[in-house]
Every structure is written in C-alpha cells, then in structure tokens.
Design a protein around this ligand. Structure first.
Ligand code: FAD
Length: 401
C-alpha cells in the first residue's frame, strides 16, 4: 500500500521539509494507518497473545500487505522504500496496540531487512528477499550467553572449507527465531583477532543442516515474541552468503544497532503513550472522595510528568531518525533516544499502574502488561549503562576535538 502511495517520495521530501513539530502529510498518513491498524487489529488481541505466548501470524500477513514488513527495503525487492523516520512512526503506533508485535516488527525491519537491503549484494537480495513471502521473518543473531554487551567476545567459529564456511557455536537471545526462515548470523573467522575477526553470514534456515532452534525463553514481557538460542553444528554456508567484508562484521553490526535503537526507542514510545492514554481514560471514570480521579492533584501531576517525558523522548527519537536519514550515522543521538525513551516507557507504565491502583496490578487491565513489555526496551539492543557510556565518550570526544 505504502509503495503505491509514497513510491519513495518521502526520502527526499522529508529531508527538505521536516519539522519535528509537524510531520509532512505523507508521514502523517502512515502514522494514521498504523494507529488504525493498532486499534483495530492489535489492541483487541494483545492480552490473549501475551497470555498464550502466541506469535501474531495473521497480523504479520496483514502488515506485510500494507508494506510494513520491509519498510526501508527497495521496491524491487518487495519493500516500501521509506526512511528510518517512517519506520520509527510505524513501530511507535503498532507498539501502542501491542508491545510484542511492535518488537517483532521493529527487530525484523531494523536488524534484518534494513541490513540486508543496505549491505547485501544484488544476488543476495534477490535470493533472500525473493525466496520467501514478505511476511516472513528474518533474525539477527549476534549475542551469545557469554557475549552480550561485550559482543566482541563471541566464540561461534567460522572455518572456510572449499566454497563454504562451516559454522559451529551457539547464539543466544535470538528474537523471532522460532518463526524465522532466514537470518544474519555473526561468527569469528579468527578469535585471536577479537572484534576484527567477526564476520556476518546470511543463513537460509531451510538450507542449514546442523541448525537447531532452541525452545523459546519464558519471558517477563513481550511474550508473543519468541526468543530462542540457535545451535549451529557444522552448518555449511556458501561463500556467496557472506554479508559485508570478512572481518567487517563487528563494524557493520554496531552501525546496524544504531538504527535498531531507533526501532527500540519507538517501541518504548508506543508503550508509554498507551500507558498514558489508559491512565487518563481510567482516571476520568473512576470516582474517589466524591470526585473523578482526574480532579486529584497528585494524579494530575503524574499525568503531567508522563506527558512531558513522552514528548521529550519523542523529540529525541525523531531527531535521531532524521540524523540517520540525513547522514547515515548518528550513534550519539540513537543512544540518547534509546536511553530516554526506554526509561520513559517504564516510568509511564509504572505511573499508569499507580493511577489504576489495584486494577493496575491485575490482568483485567493492560497496565501490568505495559510494565512487563516496557522493561525489555532498557535491556535489548544495548543496555542503558552501555548507552550512557557511549554518550559520555562521544560527548567528551567532541569537547576535546
Ligand atoms: C527478549 C530479548 C531479546 C533479544 N533479542 C536479541 C536479538 O534478536 N539478537 C541479539 O543478538 N541479541 C538479542 N538480545 C540480547 C541483548 O541484546 C542482550 O541481552 C543485551 O545486549 C545485554 O547483554 P547481556 O544480557 O549479556 O548483559 P550483560 O552484558 O551481562 O550486562 C549486564 C549488566 O552489566 C552492566 N554492564 C555490562 N557492560 C557494561 C558496560 N560496558 N558499561 C556499563 N555497564 C555495563 C549493565 O548494568 C548491564 O545491564 C535479546 C535479549 C532479550 C532479553
């Protein structure tokens, strides 16, 4: 749908005319479509998806029909050819309906489809985008149990034999691994080289004898999204499926994680906005001491603080997305956006629970789910403490320049 309406126009148009306070009409239309989708197709089922840890397969199909499973991918590979700002709006709106669905869409778009589109060869894109329908999920398998924040310590090995690389090791925490058909897997070709040995490989799950997907983790939140280990035992990957340069995997992973932080921050914004709206709606109709909760000053203060934090975070997220769209890199802005938006989501969900009182603690209302879903945004894609370290280093570096 978006391919037809926008046909790539947003890229250039947006850079010239963007104001953080007023989005161009094309982006407002995307926002509206996604908001309607969230209200119609996600909100009514989010609690059941969560309770049953059920992947939203039908919704993925409908999102793919709207062009939202390959948001930044070129049209020739079935994508919508939109930019990171558009993707951010998509993820924010979907996450306000269901944080887990927002997570699935965000990780798939930001860490698989966008990366393959940016860095893949024509042959790789034809192969991986061409083989599967647009709703098919791809994964990004970088982390290992002993290599999370310190990802350069990963020890999945890749050894070259003839026209194949043979991979052995275990990747941990892989989002959507239970449903995926393909992915980008990181391994080292020489552990002595530390991060300079890390290389990215495109993996077609159907062609990967020796690949085993572990059982989904039993998680606190985003329970409709699967998170599994990938066990690789002598998995043969053709040489033509190396993504980017040999030994260049660490650099391209870090670049891609900047972009993914916009997705995660947007997911956080959506959850925070949903928490604010739930709190206001509930407070309006709930009576205490002969008046609506909305009349009580402490409740109003909580609402004010939620609103201002959400708006501040949103401005930082949009700024980071704009910088990426304009310059390609925006490490500091992306870390700032992720830190603030993720803490805002937890803050808003916490305050929503407080305003709902006992109803905030039970599953009849979505507040407790918002809280459980919000927490992941402070952890995956780089924990908050690492974002702070990145921001400090870059800020101090700029001042010394
Ligand atoms: C639900 C879920 C989905 C995920 N999906 C994916 C995925 O699709 N692909 C993927 O590759 N990974 C994925 N991950 C992994 C995720 O990115 C890591 O869990 C995260 O980066 C943190 O790594 P860790 O768990 O090893 O924590 P650790 O690195 O052990 O960090 C634990 C704590 O130590 C402190 N710390 C560590 N390093 C520093 C530092 N340098 N400076 C300051 N403090 C520090 C922080 O307080 C941090 O919170 C996922 C994780 C989860 C839980």
């Amino acid at each position: 749908m978006f391919r037809r309406i926008f046909s790539g126009k947003v890229q250039g148009y947006f850079i010239r005319q963007f104001s953080v306070c007023e989005l161009p009409q094309e982006l407002q239309d995307i926002q509206k479509t996604c908001r309607n989708f969230a209200n119609r197709e996600l909100k009514p089922v989010a609690a059941a998806l969560d309770a049953n840890s059920r992947f939203p397969a039908e919704q993925m199909k409908n999102l793919a029909d709207l062009g939202l499973m390959r948001v930044t991918v070129d049209t020739e590979y079935g994508g919508s050819n939109l930019n990171m700002l558009a993707l951010s709006l998509v993820v924010e709106e979907l996450s306000s309906g269901c944080g887990a669905t927002g997570s699935i869409v965000s990780i798939h778009n930001c860490l698989y489809a966008d990366m393959l589109n940016r860095l893949g060869t024509k042959q790789q894109k034809e192969l991986f985008f061409g083989k599967y329908p647009r709703e098919t999920i791809g994964v990004f398998a970088l982390s290992e149990s002993d290599a999370g924040s310190d990802v350069a310590a990963l020890d999945t090995m890749a050894v070259k034999e003839g026209d194949c690389w043979i991979l052995n090791g275990t990747k941990a925490w892989v989002t959507s691994a239970a449903e995926a058909k393909s992915g980008i897997v990181f391994a080292t070709v020489d552990s002595e080289l530390k991060h300079k040995g890390i290389t990215a490989f495109l993996l077609d799950f159907d062609q990967a004898a020796g690949l085993k997907v572990g059982n989904p983790e039993d998680k606190l939140g985003i329970r409709a999204s699967s998170t599994c280990s990938l066990y690789l035992e002598n998995v043969h990957i053709p040489v033509k499926n190396v993504l980017g340069p040999i030994g260049g995997g660490f650099r391209i992973a870090m670049e891609q994680l900047d972009r993914a932080r916009i997705g995660i921050a947007s997911q956080a914004l959506g959850i925070a906005q949903a928490a604010l709206e739930t709190a206001v709606q509930y407070a309006k109709q709930r009576k205490a001491f002969g008046q609506s909760l909305l009349e009580l000053s402490p409740v109003r203060m909580r609402i004010a603080e939620m609103a201002v934090r959400i708006e501040s975070a949103r401005l930082l997220v949009r700024k980071a997305a704009c910088e990426i769209d304009r310059n390609g890199r925006a490490t500091k802005a992306c870390s700032m956006a992720k830190w603030i938006a993720s803490e805002t989501a937890t803050f808003a969900a916490h305050n929503c629970q407080q305003i709902l009182g006992g109803m905030g603690y039970v599953k009849n209302m979505p507040a407790e789910r918002y809280y459980r879903d919000a927490r992941i945004t402070e952890i995956y894609g780089g924990v908050t403490d690492v974002q702070k370290a990145v921001i400090a280093e870059l800020t101090i570096g700029e001042m010394n320049a």
